[in-house]
Design a protein around this ligand. Sequence first.
Ligand SMILES: [Fe+2]
Ligand SMILES: [Fe+2]
Length: 157
Amino acid sequence: MDIYERIKIDHDLQREMMDKIMETHGDSDERRRLFSEFKLEADSHANAEEQTFYADLIDHHDSQEQTRHSVAEHKETCDLLDELDEMDMSSAGWIKKFETLKHDLTHHIDEEEEDVFPMAKKLISGKEAEEMAKEFEKRKAIEQKDMCGKSHVRKVA
Ligand SMILES: [Fe+2]
Ligand SMILES: [Fe+2]
């Protein structure tokens, strides 16, 4: 498996998780559980991506601008996730804000698959892309271990 296949697995999982959260209502156990799992997934994915995939792409002149753009979008997603984590889940504003996050993150992951991957494939060798997938896996596991228990939702649930 290479880094592109590995990242795509997470993206498909995230698309699925966001659809499920959109179907939840109010301050329910289901919404709390799904959001808590999704936050952990999205944050650890973005961090692992930055530590492996984008850490390499920032060194190539042709992909520097795109890398900065992607990393800025990670920050926006992370901020929205934190805001949602602190918000009252029973308020009408919660699902509205989540919908904004879903829209923005869908755009981000589509762009990674459609624009960033083809660009990266010209700059990263096949062998490097396979090594990177292993490193991504390790980093993501470490990130998840560090983040567990830090979520506001997890604490009150
Ligand atoms: Fe990303
Ligand atoms: Fe991604």
